[in-house]
Write a protein that binds this ligand. Structure first.
Ligand SMILES: Nc1ncnc2c1ncn2[C@@H]1O[C@H](COP(=O)(O)OP(=O)(O)OP(=O)(O)O)[C@@H](O)[C@H]1O
Ligand SMILES: [Mg+2]
Length: 829
C-alpha cells in the first residue's frame, strides 16, 4: 500500500510527535491519556552549542536573520535526525537546540545502537556541519562554528500522553533512563560523548566510572530498522493519524500551516519555566511509574492549561513538558506564534500558578523573562517542534533553577516592564551558567496596591467545584452591575460550606472584567464595634496604612473626600466617628441629633462610593455579617436602597441565624444564594482537586462523609471533607506517595471527629503548648482573622511574639492548619 500525496500534510503534522507515537497511533490509535506506558530504552541527549550565540548575532539582521538561522537549524538537524531515525531511534523532544532521543530496547542491543548513533552524529558534525556559512549583510561575520556534545544513558522509562484529546495534548518521556542521560550530558564538553555506567554495562563493557568519556574508534553499528515505515499503512490509518495529531500542535500554528509563508522569526516572547515537585515523590527522579502518578501529571497538566487560558488568549500556550534529572519542567510561551508577549499577564499567570498550587504539588519554582528570541519550527521536516530559543529563554530556565520554592523570579528587564502593575523586589545578584555578568533576579510579589484583598483571596484560589448555578446567577448580576445597574448578593450557609469561596469567585470575575474590589470582615469580638467591617473598607479606599502618622491619615481623608465629593464641607467631620480619627468637627455638626448625624454620614458614604464607582466599577464585599454590629447593617441597607443606578455591587456572607435582620434581603435587586453541602460526586471532584487522584476506597469515603453507613452517597461539607482527609493523612491512615495506600486497620481504629469544630480541636491538641494556646484563643474568633484582633484577644502577647509563634507553627506539619502573612491568619486552609 502506498501513501498518496493527499497525506503529505498529515506527515508534515506528524513530524510534531515522536515516531514511536506516530506508529502507535497508526497501528492502535491514540493511547489513553494520563496512563504511563513503561519500557526499557537506551537514551541519547545531543546538545548543539553555538546556536544561541548565532541566534543573538543574526537577530541584528532583521527578518532575514531569522530566515538564515532557520536554514542553518534545518540543515543541521535534518542530518542529525536522519541518523537517529535510521538507527531505530525516536526523538522525544527538542530542548531548545538540544534533543532527547530514545531507542526502545527489544533485543538488548539498544545501548550499542545509541552509542553507534552518537558516534555517527559526531562524525557528521565534524565532517560537514561544524561550520555554517550564512548569507549576511556586508561587513558582518558570515561564518559560525557549531559543536555537539552527547550523553548516552540506559534504563527504564515511561511514555505518557497528558491533556485533553479534544483540545491539547502533550507527549512526555520520563523515568530513570531520562534522568541518567541528562546527567551524562552534563558531564560532557564540546565534541565529547559521555556514557553512563548503566549504558556501558548494557553495551557489554566494563564501567570505568559513573559517567565516563567514550572516545573509542567507531564501533560497528548493530542492525537497525527505522521505527516508522510510512508505506506500511493504509489510508484509513493515515486519516486517523491526521485527526489524532492535531491537539499536539498549538492551534495558532495549525492555522498558519494552511497559509503559506515561513514561521521562523525573531520576535518578542515571554517565557515561563516551571519546575515542579509532586508531593510524596521523595527522590528527585522524573519517573511516572504508577497509575496515580500518571493521573496526577494529567491533573496537573490540565490545571496549568486552564490557568494559562485564564491569563492569555490565543497568544499563550503551554509549549512543552520536559523532563530531566531534576524532575518535570514546563515551558510556557506568551507571544508566539501570536502576539502579544504580554509580560504582565504572564507574570500574573505565574503568580496564580503559585497561589493556586494544588495540594498534590509539593513545590513549584518559576523563572520568567521577556525579550526577543528566535521562534519557529526547530528540527527537520521529519521531526520538528515549534519552539522559542535564545539567550532570553536560557535565562528564564536559569532563573527557575535559582528560584526558591514557591517563588517567581524575573530578570531586571522584565521586572522593569511589569513593575507598573506588579510589585517586584530585587534579590542579591547571582552568577549564572552561560552569562558573563552576575544576574540580579527580581521576586514577583503581587498586584500593586491590592495586597490586603489579594492576601485574603489567596485562600480561595482553587477553582470552585459545583455551584455552577449559583455562579451563573451571580455572574449575571455582576455583569449588570458592571454596566451601571447596581445590585447585591446575599450568600448564606453553614460554616465551611463555601460562602467565602463563592464570594471570592465573584470578586475575581469582577476584577477580571476591570472592576475594583473592597473588603470588610466581621469578627465575633467586633459585634459591638460601630462600623467594624466598613472601617477596613474606608481605610483601603483612602489608602490609610498603619505606618502613616495620625496627622497624615487625617490629611489623606480630608483631601480625598474633597476630591471625591466636592462641596462636602462640614460633613467631613463625620468621618471622625466612623474612622476613629481626630478629624475636626464643625459647630453645625455638633448641633445635630444623633439620628440626623447618621443620616448625613450615610449620605456622605454613599456619595463617596458613587464617585469611586464612576471611575471604576466597585465591588464591596462584607464577610460574616452574622457578627456585624447594628449600624454596619443599617448602612448596608441604606446603600442597597440607593445605589442600584451605579456600578456598585454589594456582596455579603452570613451563617443562618435568626437574629440577622436586613432589609436588603427583601429587595428584588438582591440575589439570595443559600448554599448547602456538596453532592458526593462534587465532593469526589474536590478530593481529586486536592490529591490529583480520583478514586478512594469505599472505607475512606465513608470516613470522609461521602457515604453513609449503608454505603450510599451522601452530601458533604467541603471544609469537613478537606480537614477529615488531612487528619487521616497526618495519622498515616491514608498515604499518598506516588500511589494511594490505605492502612485499613488503622483507619478502622481512628476516631475521625464528625463535626468541623471537633476536627479543629483534635488538630489543635497535637500542637506544642504555646502555639496551641494561642490558636485556641484564635479559634474562638473565627476561621480566618486579622492579626490585630488576635493581639487584643490574647492579651499580654506582643505582636512580634505572636508572629514568631505563628511562623513556627506554619513550619511544622500543621502548615495546613495555620498560615500567617503579615495581616491575615488562617486556621485551616
Ligand atoms: N465548591 C467548592 N469547590 C472547591 N472548594 C470548596 C468549595 N466549597 C468550599 N470549598 C473549600 O472548602 C473550604 C471552606 O470554604 P469557605 O471558606 O468558603 O467556607 P465558608 O462557608 O466561608 O465558611 P465560614 O462560615 O466558616 O467562613 C475552603 O478551603 C474552600 O476552598
Ligand atoms: Mg467564610
Amino acid at each position: 500500500m502506498t501513501t498518496s500525496t493527499d497525506f503529505s500534510l498529515t506527515r508534515q503534522l506528524a513530524a510534531y510527535i515522536p515516531v514511536t507515537l506516530t506508529r502507535r497511533i497508526l497501528e492502535k490509535g491514540l493511547p489513553p491519556v494520563g496512563v504511563p506506558h513503561g519500557l526499557t530504552a537506551a537514551t541519547l541527549f545531543a546538545d548543539v552549542s553555538g546556536f544561541t550565540a548565532m541566534s543573538e548575532e543574526l537577530a541584528t539582521d532583521g527578518p532575514r536573520g531569522a530566515e538564515e538561522l532557520n536554514r542553518a537549524l534545518m540543515l543541521t538537524f535534518t542530518g542529525l535526525v536522519d541518523v537517529v531515525h535510521n538507527m531505530g531511534g525516536a526523538i522525544g523532544h527538542y530542548y531548545g537546540d538540544a534533543m532527547l532521543v530514545y531507542f526502545p530496547d527489544k533485543d538488548r542491543l539498544a545501548a550499542q545502537r545509541a552509542l553507534a548513533c552518537a558516534q555517527m552524529m559526531q562524525q557528521l558534525m565534524d565532517a560537514s556541519l561544524s561550520r555554517i556559512v550564512t548569507n549576511r549583510p556586508p561587513g558582518k561575520e558570515p561564518v559560525f562554528d557549531l559543536t555537539i556534545k552527547i550523553g548516552v544513558g540506559y534504563g527504564r522509562c515511561q511514555e505518557i500522553i497528558v491533556g485533553d484529546p479534544k483540545r491539547i495534548l502533550e507527549f512526555v518521556l520520563t523515568g530513570p533512563a531520562v534522568d541518567d542521560v541528562a546527567r551524562a550530558e552534563q558531564h560532557a564538553t564540546s565534541n565529547q560523548i559521555i556514557i553512563s555506567q548503566t549504558a556501558v554495562a548494557q553495551a557489554g563493557s566494563m564501567p570505568q566510572a559513573d559517567y565516563a568519556l567514550f572516545d573509542e574508534p567507531p564501533i560497528s553499528p548493530p542492525p537497525a530498522v527505522p521505527i516508522l515505515d510510512w508505506s506500511a499503512y493504509d489510508k484509513a490509518a493515515l486519516a486517523r493519524l491526521g485527526e489524532a495529531v492535531l491537539p499536539f500542535i498549538p492551534q495558532a500554528l495549525v492555522e498558519r500551516f494552511a497559509a503559506a509563508g515561513s514561521l521562523a522569526e525573531h520576535r518578542p516572547v515571554t517565557n515561563i519555566f516551571v519546575q515542579v515537585d509532586f508531593a510524596g515523590d521523595e527522590d528527585d527522579s522524573s519517573a511516572i511509574e504508577t497509575a496515580e502518578m500518571g493521573q496526577q501529571l494529567q491533573a496537573y497538566y490540565l490545571w496549568v492549561v486552564s490557568v494559562i487560558e485564564r491569563f492569555g488568549g490565543e497568544n499563550a500556550h503551554l509549549s512543552r513538558v520536559l523532563t530531566g534529572d531534576k524532575g518535570n519542567q514546563l515551558h510556557i510561551i506568551f507571544g508566539a506564534p501570536v502576539a502579544p508577549d504580554a509580560p504582565e499577564q504572564a507574570a500574573r499567570c505565574a503568580l496564580a500558578l503559585q497561589a493556586e498550587q494544588p495540594a498534590y504539588i509539593a513545590a513549584q519554582r518559576i523563572g520568567l523573562t521577556a525579550g526577543k528570541v528566535f521562534a519557529g519550527p526547530l528540527g527537520s521536516p521529519a521531526r520538528q517542534e515549534y519552539a522559542a530559543a535564545g539567550a532570553v529563554v536560557n535565562l528564564a530556565a536559569r532563573l527557575m533553577q535559582a528560584c526558591p520554592d514557591g517563588e517567581v523570579l524575573l530578570d531586571k528587564a522584565t521586572a522593569d516592564r511589569v513593575g507598573r502593575w506588579l510589585r517586584v523586589e530585587p534579590l542579591p545578584p547571582l552568577k549564572m551558567k552561560g552569562f558573563l555578568e552576575p544576574v540580579t533576579p527580581y521576586r514577583a510579589i503581587g498586584e500593586r496596591g491590592a495586597a490586603r484583598l489579594e492576601n485574603y483571596l489567596k485562600q480561595w484560589a482553587r477553582p470552585l467545584i459545583g455551584r455552577d448555578q449559583e455562579l451563573a446567577l451571580l455572574r449575571e448580576r455582576l455583569d449588570a452591575a458592571l454596566t451601571g445597574s447596581g445590585g447585591a448578593a446575599a450568600i448564606q450557609g453553614t460554616t465551611g460550606v463555601g460562602k467565602s469561596h463563592l464570594l471570592a469567585a465573584g470578586m475575581r470575575a469582577w476584577r477580571e472584567k476591570g472592576g475594583h474590589g473592597l473588603l470588610g470582615v466581621c469578627f465575633r469580638h467586633t459585634t459591638e464595634t460601630p462600623y467594624a467591617p466598613w472601617r477596613a473598607i474606608w481605610r483601603e479606599m483612602f489608602g490609610l496604612t498603619p505606618d502613616m502618622s495620625v496627622d497624615e491619615q487625617v490629611t489623606a481623608v480630608i483631601e480625598q473626600t474633597h476630591a471625591l465629593v466636592p462641596g462636602s464641607g462640614d460633613d467631613m467631620g463625620l468621618w471622625q466617628e466612623a474612622l476613629g480619627l481626630p478629624i475636626p468637627q464643625a459647630e453645625t455638626l455638633s448641633a445635630l441629633t444623633a439620628e440626623a448625624r447618621q443620616a448625613r454620614f450615610f449620605m456622605l458614604a454613599r456619595r463617596c462610593f458613587r464617585a469611586l464607582a464612576a471611575k471604576q466599577p466597585l465591588f464591596i464585599a462584607l464577610e460574616d455579617l452574622h457578627w456585624a454590629d447594628q449600624v454596619s447593617l443599617k448602612l448596608l441597607d441604606d446603600l442597597s436602597a440607593h445605589l442600584d443606578d451605579t456600578a456598585v455591587f454589594l456582596a455579603f456572607t452570613f451563617q443562618p441565624e435568626e437574629s440577622l435582620t436586613l432589609e436588603t434581603l427583601q429587595r428584588p435587586s438582591c440575589l439570595f444564594l443559600a448554599l448547602t453541602d456538596l453532592s458526593a460526586d462534587n465532593g469526589r471532584a474536590l478530593l481529586s482537586q486536592l490529591l490529583g487522584v480520583t478514586a478512594l476506597p469505599e472505607m475512606v469515603e465513608r470516613h470522609l462523609g461521602l457515604r453513609d453507613r449503608e454505603g450510599r452517597d451522601s452530601p458533604v461539607n467541603p471544609l469537613f471533607l478537606a480537614e477529615a482527609l488531612q487528619v487521616m493523612l497526618e495519622a498515616g491512615a491514608v498515604q499518598i506517595n506516588g500511589r494511594v495506600r490505605v492502612n485499613e486497620a488503622q483507619l478502622a481504629q481512628m476516631q475521625v471527629p464528625d463535626t468541623i469544630h471537633g476536627l479543629l480541636l483534635a488538630r489543635l491538641d497535637q500542637l506544642p503548648p504555646p502555639g496551641r494556646d494561642l490558636l485556641q484563643v484564635a479559634s474562638v474568633v473565627g476561621r480566618q482573622f486579622a492579626l490585630d484582633p488576635l493581639q487584643v484577644v490574647s492579651g499580654e502577647l506582643s505582636r512580634p511574639h505572636i508572629l514568631d509563634l505563628l511562623g513556627e507553627l506554619s513550619q511544622t506539619e500543621m502548615t495546613r492548619l495555620v498560615t500567617a502573612d503579615p495581616e491575615w491568619i488562617y486556621l485551616f486552609r
